[in-house]
Design a protein around this ligand. Sequence first.
Ligand code: GAL
Length: 698
Amino acid sequence: MTSPRTSRFPYAKGPDGIRRLGYGADYNPEQWPREVWEEDVRLMREAGVNIVSLAIFSWARIQPTADTWDFGWLDEVMDLLHAGGIGVDLATATASPPPWLTTAHPEILPVTATGETVWPGARQHWRPTSPVFREHALRLVRELATRYADHPALVAWHVSNELGCHNVYDFSDDAADAFRAWLRRRYTTLEALNHAWGTAFWSQRYSDWGQILPPRLAASHPNPTQQLDFKRFSSDALKSHLLAERELLGELTPEVPVTTNFMVMSGIKAMDYADWADAVDFVANDHYVVPGPQDRDELSFSANLTSGIAGHRPWFLMEHSTSAVNWQPVNVAKRPGELARDSLLHVAHGADAVCFFQWRQSAAGAEKYHSAMVPHAGADSALFRAVVDLGGTLEALAPIAGTEREPARVAVLFDWESWWSAEHDSHPTSRLDYHCEALDWYSALLRLGIRADIVPAHRTDICAYDVVIAPVLHMVSQEVSKNLTRYAENGGHLITTYFSGIVDENDHIWLGGHPGALRELLGIRIEEFGPLLDGETADLVLEASDGTATGSLWTDRIDVTGPDVAVLARYRTGAYAGRPAVTRRSTGGGTASYVSTRLGVEGLAGLLPTLLAPAEVASELPEAARGLVELAVRRDAHHRYLFLVNRGGTPVDLPAMAGEVLVGPAADGGPVLAPHEVVVLRQQAPGSVGAEHGDCTG
Ligand code: GAL
């Protein structure tokens, strides 16, 4: 589980002294003339904004030259916000180094794998390992923290911004030096490194640490363990930048919590956030929807995983969008109702603050077409009215602040190292998509109306779950193999898939037949993988129901080797026709199931009832609402809070869902949810007496 640090959350308090959910945005007043600032604060108050992230890209304004500082404007903004009752999550402003710095020190600029310099002109053009950059960044942090340590508006520190969004992989000489130092710490001896990297292959044996490089452009596939270690190192390098800023802030302002905005969302893969969680006082996340058939499942998945990273304590939604973004090929505006629905889905999954990029839509610069809380049209707009409405809704949800997510009975494991290693080059298929497979399992569960937690694979007590799904858990160490075995033997129900348990932590194959690390547990043995060509499929027959399903991407030639293994589905077509496709071993108290092909959402939704049957997991939703409504639950000692989110375009009846309505429609006999509508019901927690808010003022 993550560290207890993640509980220092910067709650705002209402006039009643009771804490509130956070509401606000990135605020970039330096883009606007002075006279707009007062209007900003007035509109923020109208919308119910109680926190903003300030000065994220203000380095060049705060420090216009190496030896001059300009804090006057920032003092004024801080004072204005404080006078308006708005707290400040103050950025350390180190995200985008100013032109004077990159001109004086071009050696801070990142270098690509092909040796090109990443020039200034956009943002985040700095090497995570540059000692020169670090020195300048920390100088700025020191100035800011010293100046604002006692400012009453300061409620949190926001280190840099989206660390690694553009600069995670740097192949410069600084990176090479730091990589070698990191490798020395990991392996101590060259002997150990040569073994781990399998350097006997292709004459890659190192005889001196100085010979080792980041995986720069090479003639063919770079060494896989070198690639893996470079990924581990690159995530660690950014984390150590975060820790360096954090340490200084901790010295200067020990009372002020520190965070940085993670990017738990599809497409962002390089930072192992499960490992970063202990570096912040509360977890913060940014999330943007990429339109597509599973877009809202992906939102739910990411919010759910963020909660898992935060150890199911409240987390902070630092950025999402009120409407369109500007960086997709086509930037689609949100439809009426979607703004509130998307925000509340994050709250349902544990967000105690709802913030946007950004407050006022820019008139100039690369993000001028990105939506904001105050659009180009101004406050007299449907969008700003929706923003004000959401502020009211969040105010009504004050009782939620500080509550935890109620654990589900099913967990889906998420593992960055398996993600990285399973998708390396020179594999049985280049088409494998780790995130997509994990999301498909979650989508299938949503479709069946079954709640699940997405949790970091190795930082979670899996024993708390009745069912653990481990899609493509490619990298399995001996220790993890033992844990999973213990789990299934002690009554847990493990479900895993193709290309799981194949390699150890050095990316070396577990020998003797696949999936080596899980072979005994699953009671199967695979001599050869059967990846499928694009467009090729393999049909399956489900033994119990005679139902069918279609596999793509992958098949396995499975031999059943263990005792008590049932074949749940067989291949009907393809190279392995007649052989097992889905198996389940009874392990005493529990079960261990294996799915050898990619079934997609439809196929998994068809198979899941069979896989879940031994654990007797069923939907908590009325039948007609399954697949249309998402249910997430938060709780405290006295209450359960049921979030019911209508994800579709049709009204849904929710008979028998009882409780006091905090937001949303009330109706005798259960609410009826309009398209995109959300209802939050408060129920008495089983066994609790009376409702009081005595512990909500933290
Ligand atoms: C984030 C970033 C913001 C803004 C936003 C636009 O990645 O932190 O500064 O660029 O995206 O969607």
